[in-house]
Design a protein around this ligand. Structure first.
Ligand SMILES: [Zn+2]
Length: 240
């Protein structure tokens, strides 16, 4: 039993160290992640706007070309009208000219629409390009910060993780479950007795109970805070 209590206490020490290392990183990893997502979204939007602009330009050129061709046709029809010999032919040419005029008018309004849309798209493109460039710069700084912190803490972290694995190997599943549950609720799962009190909640532990805990032959839970109590001796023996 004593070795289980020692392992639980050791696990607590290691987890506290690992928590501290992770705290040092703060929300930097999440920040970098979120910024990468934002950057990706901005780049995607830029691409979309670019292809919309290109599509608009191509269609505009097509419509303008069509209108020029129609203008030439109208001229031709006008010439033909001077040479027709009957009303039927004359009217047919008039209808052709009217149809061409209608298409030219439609094309003009389409072109006008694209001119307006183009201006909006360009403004939006500028906005997203600025956003992307800012994000890139900021992200570079944050990535560098994170890299430095990771490099500074990696060795220690790997060492603690390794020793944590070893400590886990000493524990039964139910002990680990208990530990994990209390840790989840309290942050720290194991509290050594200090000055006749539980070091987790500072409530006094009765002398008789302290003697029992000292024997390290079973698991005691602090009745006030629910943490696993270990003797002062175990805390002194087990140092990182
Ligand atoms: Zn307590």
């Amino acid at each position: 039993m004593k070795s289980i209590l020692q392992s639980l206490y050791l696990l607590q020490l290691l987890d506290t160290e690992l928590d501290d290392l992770r705290e040092l990183r703060g929300d930097l990893p999440e920040t970098v992640n979120a910024m990468e997502g934002e950057l990706e979204a901005a780049e995607q939007r830029i691409e979309e706007i670019d292809s919309e602009l290109k599509r608009g330009a191509t269609e505009r050129t097509m419509k303008e070309k069509e209108s020029l061709e129609l203008i030439a046709k109208i001229d031709k029809y006008k010439g033909q009208q001077l040479e027709v010999t009957n009303n039927r032919e004359y009217d047919a040419l008039t209808r052709e000219m009217e149809a061409a005029e209608t298409t030219i008018t439609t094309n003009e309004s389409l072109v006008q629409q694209w001119v307006e849309q183009n201006a909006e798209l360009k403004a939006s493109l500028e906005e997203f390009t600025t956003k992307r460039d800012d994000l890139k710069k900021e992200l570079e700084i944050k990535r560098e910060e994170l890299k430095e912190i990771l490099e500074a803490t990696r060795e220690e972290e790997v060492n603690f993780e390794k020793r944590r694995e070893d400590a886990l190997g000493e524990l039964l599943e139910r002990d680990l479950e208990l530990y994990t549950r209390i840790r989840g609720a309290k942050g720290k799962a194991v509290a050594p007795i200090r000055r006749e009190s539980c070091s987790g909640c500072y409530n006094v532990v009765p002398p008789q109970l302290i003697l029992e805990i000292k024997k390290s032959d079973r698991l005691f839970i602090c009745e006030h805070c629910g943490r696993i109590l270990v003797s002062e001796e175990i805390a002194q023996e087990m140092k990182l």
